[in-house]
Design a protein around this ligand. Structure first.
Ligand SMILES: *[C@@H]1O[C@H](CO)[C@@H](O)[C@H](O)[C@H]1NC(C)=O
Ligand SMILES: *[C@@H]1O[C@H](CO)[C@@H](O)[C@H](O)[C@H]1NC(C)=O
Ligand SMILES: *[C@@H]1O[C@H](CO)[C@@H](O)[C@H](O)[C@H]1NC(C)=O
Length: 380
């Protein structure tokens, strides 16, 4: 009876050997090409983007426009490591709102900021582990020239560094209006995050800025010079200032990151986020974690491509407009990545990580379908 099992194994080995090509000089890559519209690829891409957004302190929440490339590396008994290239779009939510990208509204085409992220994503379903060890993204604003050709009257971007006195005025006027209408609390400017201008019946300026609570009371108003002890931004305001002959119009709305900081009757609050239907085990067991679960990654904002390439070239892809580097290793044989801290109990577990596959050898069934299909906001 005991002989049966080894025999069966032997048969398997022989069968496997016979069906392999005679020359095995180059081992096939263990990275499987995946279809960019596969359900699990879309799911892990969504989780990776949640992690990326959660890791950021600055800028707007990025949403998934399409999966541009996907590889999966099945790790023996330890789940899979995915190599994802994601085409992303900025939404209207600030990252400090902690909102899921799925709950954030996309920007209109002429306000778009788009780009590409590369991310490694580790999933171990039986152990309920979802983890993004590393990511990097590159973003560009939509080409001003292309927008202008389509829509000459659309707003065009203004500098956000307050070098433009009209931007400063729009911020000051709209924040004053907000404070004036606020029942108790007063707010002050943290920083301008977006600005644009348009000619309507006169000049119009649109601004977005982060605010913090001011220690001043309403009666102290503009004469107050107290410094805010708690410098955390509490919300994002959208304001506008426009002139029509002699008349000045100011508008403002503010979106607060936490429900408890605002008069409950007037404001909406950020909703809780996170992949609720897939409980994550991310907190390391304290007594044996070799390293904390820090993500490595950054989002790089690059200028309008028109400014980099003054002569319009019809052919894309001559230069790499979206340089995103993500190599945890340069060893073509792969390196090991310690993931022990992701497990509840004291174990030594390592997965294998390879250099990120290059753009030239994209999976056959990629890119996937885009949520917003416009050539102006899709990286090549
Ligand atoms: C957002 O999440 C971070 C980290 O989890 C937390 O420190 C912060 O207080 C949260 N902010 C809001 C507005 O809920
Ligand atoms: C991410 O990009 C930055 C800047 O380009 C680079 O210095 C860093 O090495 C990249 N990270 C990885 C893990 O490749
Ligand atoms: C990343 O790895 C790829 C593939 O081995 C290699 O072509 C590329 O030069 C590496 N990039 C960096 C920044 O090391």
């Amino acid at each position: 009876m005991n002989l049966l099992l080894p025999l069966a194994l032997y048969a398997l080995v022989v069968h496997y050997g016979a069906s392999s090509p005679p020359s095995l000089a180059t081992k096939p890559s263990p990275l499987l090409s995946r279809a960019c519209d596969a359900t699990d690829v879309l799911a892990v891409s969504g989780f990776a983007l949640e992690d990326i957004n959660r890791d950021r302190k600055d800028g707007y929440v990025l949403s998934l426009n399409r999966v541009s490339d996907a590889r999966e590396h099945r790790q023996a008994h330890l789940g899979s490591l995915y190599y994802l290239t994601l085409d992303v779009l900025e939404t209207k939510c600030h990252v400090l709102s902690n909102r899921s990208w799925k709950d954030c509204e996309a920007r209109v085409l002429h306000e778009s900021v788009y780009g590409q992220c590369k991310a490694l994503f580790y999933i171990n379903k039986p152990r309920r582990i979802l983890y993004t060890p590393a990511y990097n993204c590159t973003l560009h604003p939509v080409s001003r020239r292309s927008i202008h050709r389509m829509c000459p009257d659309c707003p065009s971007p203004s500098p956000t560094d307050l070098s433009d006195p009209s931007v400063l005025e729009a911020v000051a006027e709209s924040l004053a209006k907000y404070n004036d209408e606020s029942n108790l609390k007063q707010y002050s400017l943290v920083k301008v995050t977006r600005a644009s201008s348009q000619w309507v019946f006169g000049p119009a300026y649109f601004v977005e800025y982060l605010i913090r609570e001011s220690p001043c009371t309403k009666s102290q108003a503009s004469s107050c010079t107290l410094q805010s002890p708690n410098s955390e931004p509490v919300g994002l305001c959208k304001g506008s200032l426009s002139r029509n002959n002699m008349e000045k119009h100011v508008s403002v709305t503010c979106d607060f990151f936490k429900s408890q900081v605002q008069d409950p009757e007037t404001k909406n609050s950020a909703v809780n986020q996170g992949p609720a239907n897939f409980p994550q085990q991310k907190s390391p067991a304290p007594q044996h974690s070799p390293s904390p679960p820090v993500l490595q990654g950054s989002v790089q904002h690059l200028p309008d491509l028109d400014d980099e390439k003054p002569t319009v070239s019809q052919e894309k892809g001559l230069a790499d407009d979206f340089p995103v580097h993500l190599n945890l290793t340069t060893n073509p044989q792969g390196d090991s990545l310690d993931v022990s801290f992701l497990f509840m109990e004291p174990v030594k577990e390592k997965i294998v990580v390879f250099p990120f596959p290059s753009k030239e050898q994209r999976s056959a069934k990629c890119p996937g379908p885009a949520e917003k299909y416009s050539p102006f906001i899709l990286p090549p």
